[in-house]
Design a protein around this ligand. Structure first.
Ligand code: AMP
Length: 114
């Protein structure tokens, strides 16, 4: 059993979030400190701590998350493009240890990231 994080509390509606999408496997809500005009976090309801800890059994869930991100990008009308980021571990800049995908869009994004 992994540690409870604030994202688990958002899933349980114990702390508020601006939720933009939900289905049986995942939840999406606006990042509290947006780095782009559209900045949404897409998380599995299953508390996988990080991408590096995903298992073979999570294969379908990971595919589901990617398809959900694409659907949310369409809903948000990110027609000219967007970026999906999974920060993983300390060097990856991960701060919340519940797997999440950042969906960033609404402006031209530079590369490489910092
Ligand atoms: P990461 O650094 O990849 O682990 O991303 C964690 C993200 O969660 C950051 O972009 C934070 O701004 C965001 N965040 C932290 N607390 C909240 C919250 N209560 N509601 C929405 N987003 C949050």
């Amino acid at each position: 059993m992994s540690e409870d994080t604030l994202f688990s509390k958002i899933i349980r509606r114990e702390i508020p979030a601006d939720i933009v999408y939900e289905d049986e496997l995942c939840l999406a809500f606006r990042d509290i400190a947006p780095q782009a005009p559209t900045h949404i976090l897409v998380i599995p309801k299953k508390p996988i701590p990080a991408l590096s800890e995903a298992q073979e059994a999570d294969k379908a869930l990971l595919g589901h998350l990617l398809l959900a991100v694409g659907e949310i990008a369409q809903q948000q009308k990110l027609d000219t493009g967007y970026r999906v980021v999974i920060n993983t571990g300390e060097d990856g800049g991960q701060t919340v240890f519940h797997l999440h995908m950042h969906l960033l869009g609404g402006r031209s994004l530079s590369w490489p990231p910092g």
